[in-house]
Write a protein that binds this ligand. Sequence first.
Ligand SMILES: Nc1ncnc2c1ncn2[C@@H]1O[C@H](COP(=O)(O)OP(=O)(O)O)[C@@H](O)[C@H]1O
Ligand SMILES: [Mg+2]
Length: 141
Amino acid sequence: MLDDLGLVPAVRWQCETTLGDHGLEATVDDRLGATRLPRHVEVALFRIIQEAVSNVARHSDARHVEIDLMRDGEIVTVVVADDGKGFEVELAVGMAGSYDSVGLSGMAERVALLDGSMQVRSAPGAGTTIEVKVPVGGVSA
Ligand SMILES: Nc1ncnc2c1ncn2[C@@H]1O[C@H](COP(=O)(O)OP(=O)(O)O)[C@@H](O)[C@H]1O
Ligand SMILES: [Mg+2]
């Protein structure tokens, strides 16, 4: 699916299938440009967005989720922002300083493998924004 469609259409398809039943509206803003990302970057970003969107559907009570994908030279930024109930990010971080739960820690691991960074901004009542930045490391053919 991802290989055939490309990242953004795969994300759109995933939003339609995951969010349809939740009364949740998704907006996907594609500013990646015409060049496809390397396959391993697409796969990692797709998995990260998939987990973030499923968290929005399961936990947020949001009305809207905004997914922005942009590319600035060698850096790709993905933002998944919802207007839901938010959560205490500190409470999701365990003793070792990493996330206790598999979803957020899996996202953080994928980002780390790409030498990227992930920021989770949330507070009760204030929605949740996840921002991931990864270097593309050269343009794939
Ligand atoms: N978009 C979100 N809105 C509200 N709470 C969230 C959101 N994303 C994550 N959370 C909170 O962070 C916790 C950890 O998320 P995650 O690691 O994906 O584990 P899981 O989804 O299995 O509970 C969730 O249980 C939830 O309380
Ligand atoms: Mg989860």
